[in-house]
Design a protein around this ligand. Sequence first.
Ligand code: SF4
Length: 420
Amino acid sequence: MSFERIKEKLNILADAAKYDVSCSSSGSNRTNKNKGLGDASSSGICHTYTEDGRCVSLLKILLTNHCIFDCAYCVTRKSNDIKRAAFKVQEVVDLTINFYRRNYIEGLFLSSGIFKNADYTMERLVAVAKKLRLEENFNGYIHLKSIPGASDELMREAGLYADRLSVNIEIPTEKGLKLLAPDKNRADFIKPMLKVKNEIIQYKSEKKLIKSTPKYAPAGQSTQMIIGATGENDMQIMYTSNHFYKHFNLKRVYYSGYVPISNDSRLPQIGSAVPMLRENRLYQTDWLLRFYGFNIEEILNASHQNLDLDIDPKLGWALRNLHEFPVDVNTADKRMLARVPGLGMRSVHKILNARRFNKLNWEHLKKIGVALNRAQYFIVCASNQFERRDLTPEHIKGLILQNSKSKYTSMLSTQMSLFN
Ligand code: SF4
């Protein structure tokens, strides 16, 4: 195979992979052994592969952009008239090793369109990872995108060689998926996810008893949802997300704003991409659920089905629940401190530590790094200055926005290209 042909394939298949954002790679610490090659560190290595051939940490490609399915939101769908290509297993292995040696990448993110059927495709993805690990002694990071509908046996094997596995649930609701991806069946995502979840649990518990038990998908599993291709509101999106976190032990859910790419009456018009700020608000909500102890019902519910675009979800919750405030920073518990706008978890820990020695006042809080321009309306401390006045939620919001509006204006525009 000529170098030119490989380069051409690379251009086609790296470009086709750019719509997948679920390839962050934090959480793995596979160490180098037996004088092998590479080492996946636990720091976040990611994300993308640029159009002009430059790698940014991960070699992010599809094995093929041939596909037997016709999902309306996907450039790779069979009815789309585009250049097609497919790598051989050995070609992906060689590219990964060559790029790694040149220090272009720290790992591989490999996804694929579906050729023939799920198992035929998955077998080849697994073969790439297996060859890298067993023949090339490659200890760098590998993220494999699992093919919906792949057999249990292949999913089990995939986790023995990959650091992370992911199956994209694509569209937040079953109804939306039926409309845009009639060939797909939600059960085909659930089965491999469940398999991976159970294998991770089993391998972990076996490892406690038998040290030589191999690692199984040590960086866990993740998924991606396309936002804005169908008309789901933020409540539907985040309830789906919450369900998958709870029942499948996911490490991450990624939210990818739909970029209209075709004239299809089922889809938003070309030029009406999802504002980047909407994605950002979903990620902030996701963060509040995972690290700040919020329940999804507190942030999104029947009377508040969409996130505010002008304020972040924690501030939105606080303004709707002013009866929970003010919080006394010298006595409040960790859970309540974490709910104060302007207090991140780092500040919360610093407050808990500092108040063991001092009654905290505004000066102490400033030194700790609390964002007082927000927090001052929701807290009291050992000081009379700036005590919370009887302001309405609208007034507080207005005062906070006066200082922060400009920061978000640019994000109301459509989503930036992943490759800019
Ligand atoms: S199965 Fe995957 S690659 Fe194929 S059209 Fe659907 S989303 Fe695209």
